[in-house]
Write a protein that binds this ligand. Sequence first.
Ligand SMILES: [Zn+2]
Length: 539
Amino acid sequence: MFKRMNDINTGDRLSNALKGQVLTSQADLDPKDKPLLEMADWCQQRNTIVVLKSGTILTVDPISRDVQNCKTMLINRGIRPGRVVTATQQLITLLLANVAGEEDEEEQRATTEAESSISAQQQRLRLLVQEAVTADISDIHIEVRPEVARIRFRKYGELYLHAEWFPRLGREIASVAFNKETDHATAHFNPLVPQDASMPLRVAGQEVRLRLASMPAHGGFDVVMRILGVGDAAKPVTLEQLGYTPEQVYIISRAVQMPHGAVLLSGPTGSGKTTTLASCMQLIRDTRKVYTIEDPVEKVVPTVTQVPVNTDKDDRSFASFGRAALRMDPDYIVLGEMRDEDTANVMVRAAITGHLVFSTIHTNSAPGIITRLVDMGISQTLLSDSNVLVCLIFQRLVPKLCKKCNVPISQSTHAKVYLDRWRDYFGDKYEHIRARGPGCSECQKTGVSGRSVVAEVIWVDEPGRRFIRACDMIGWESYLKQKGWKNYKDRTIELVKEGFVDPGDAEGIVGEISVYSSEEGFDYNRIREEMTQYMNNNH
Ligand SMILES: [Zn+2]
């Protein structure tokens, strides 16, 4: 019969035919049947081997030691091992995925009906996205190289290896994603040029929105899929839920009530700016007309006209759509991102012609927004016009400790030099600080669960405009501090003191937390001492 089920479509048909015949199927097993459940677990972990009820062993590698182990396990459980048949990784994964399905029957039927008309590759793509959504990850990295396609997941900022595929499967999944599933159905995937697109996908009864980007690499290419929202999560949450303080929310809602001007939101890539922007939109009353120019549309806000741009084409850029929106009798205009002088000019023009404008920009602080706009070619005189800037926001994301398994800082695994440094810094607050614990089922063994915004919000007032005119950002910041303003670093330290954030994670955002202030500069003598101590502790 078949020696190698190489053809993926054959594999797909086979997988449906074989579905009910899998011996190591967790779904069909009696929970009391411990030995077989163990085997099912074992197969699930290997992800290269499946046993049928007939005793036939399907495997990607018939000469691997796993096959021998599998036979021994079967004999120990009183089952006679049958033939060993070579199968593709796709088939094994599909069979294991079918047995691991946790959807209830109705959903399963709906999903099957909806998916019966799609190819095996499309199904595999959905499976991958479903795995990612279940594990609460933010980005899927597919790295296709001549020998292997690596699938890595990013969770709370860190990457880990999820699976290794045959390169061919990686190539197939990438092209099916771009060619069959994206919003612009005209997109044709070419691994030799960078491409991007947005992809709405229905997975296990939920609507998932993803943004795709590709980049050629030596010997292959990378595709990164960012998960923008799942089901209800695609709808915006409130600013408080994101981690803004009540004072900051109050200032932002005052800004949203202004008749004209610009509210600018900044932060590094992946700091959740789009999510915050969608939450701001919810503060706007229904009686106002809002145009949002986005690349691509990420969170669906009812009551708002959302316009997707295509940054590859000049006539469909942020700037040209922004200018067009100005002719559409708007009250509010949201420019997804200010990347160039052209878009920044549209922002200024919309503000001084009596509209309220929202936009995002990449900077490292709220005052840094001014420096960036000046770099883009907008004059300080224009920026300090009282009709232009209303409010500047900067945000970053910090991992929040798992509520269930966090531990007192004294029981954490941080090196002693760090603990000493933090004890010096926090003084009598030190005892209240919590740290990442061993991990539990609720946080998937990571010790952290979700992320919180740490933000700084500046209301641009008359003294502020004087600092802008002089382009004196350092002077402005110390003036703001005298007035009780807190920057995002202060906010991060607050969260550490309150026991919500591990000081180690906080350092990833604010840099070293120590009594040595940044004005003293980097101290090489101290580093030498610290290093010696660190080496001694780790030997
Ligand atoms: Zn936990």
